[in-house]
Write a protein that binds this ligand. Sequence first.
Ligand SMILES: *Cc1c(COP(=O)(O)O)cnc(C)c1O
Length: 311
Amino acid sequence: MTSPLQRILHPAADAAGIELWCKRDDLYSPAPGTALQGNKVRKLEPILGAARGAPVRPVLFSFGGAFSNHLSALATAGRIYGLRVVIYVRGEEADNPVLDRARADGAELILISRVEYRMKKDHTWLMARRAEIAERFATDKRWVWPVPEGGSGAGAAESVGQLYDEVVAALGAAPSHLCLSAGTGCSAAGVIAAAHPATHVEVYPALKGNWMASEIIGFLPDIAGKNWSCIPDYHFGGYARFPKEWIVEHGPSSPPGTCGLATIADIGEPGLPPLEPVYNAKLFYGVMDRIRKGIYPQGSTVVVVHSGGIY
Ligand SMILES: *Cc1c(COP(=O)(O)O)cnc(C)c1O
């Protein structure tokens, strides 16, 4: 499976003398129309492959916020691949379209407090949850596998890095710039590690704060290139915060200005694919702004990765 690379014709790109391309990873999906698309598929591919090949079908357990794309993607993967899925959900919200769909996909959701949720990386706590799940599903705890929050587990970064090779194959050359959004930074690390030194990788954090570079470094192998930078100016106030004027369509029970199913953002630029507001609208807004500011030298080939999302 690969995703298409599409040229974006835009007056600002013409004026700057650059070529603008979009890597349509929002179309990368074994189940189009579900949250199992984009970077969440790429990140889950290694563990789903291992689970489907295991002699005993494992139970996967993971973590997510009440509107998490990862939660939704993992639940859908459970349904289409016949895997049992348990997800610990942060906070008090019990019902929203994302959670309803995950339950309909057959995932078991366990609501836990924000305080307990912080234990999600604690080894002892994780082992206790694993033992509980093993007992409930009457399986050996060897067949109960944790999946880190956001799907950012072993092999996930490398798997996302394959999109870089697809870009080079489609263009016939390494692009001068490749721009992508970041939540945990795992996907960004995968692309940085895969990138040719001639490509400058620009990472646009969707969250506020100046810790993203160190998170990315934590995911990077020692031999990774150094030709990358974080562009911290386009978080719009923090995770899932964005200008409410962006929202042109929203799902049945997601109020305007919040994220949820079928939320489409319009950032007022012609020729762009549909964007969700949490990651990709911020990314594209930032890239277009930087094109107008003359950041990319004439002759640049700028590839923007549309990482997908529920929209
Ligand atoms: C999860 C997600 C991201 C962030 O990916 P990380 O690997 O956590 O940085 C970006 N875009 C979309 C659409 C996502 O769902």
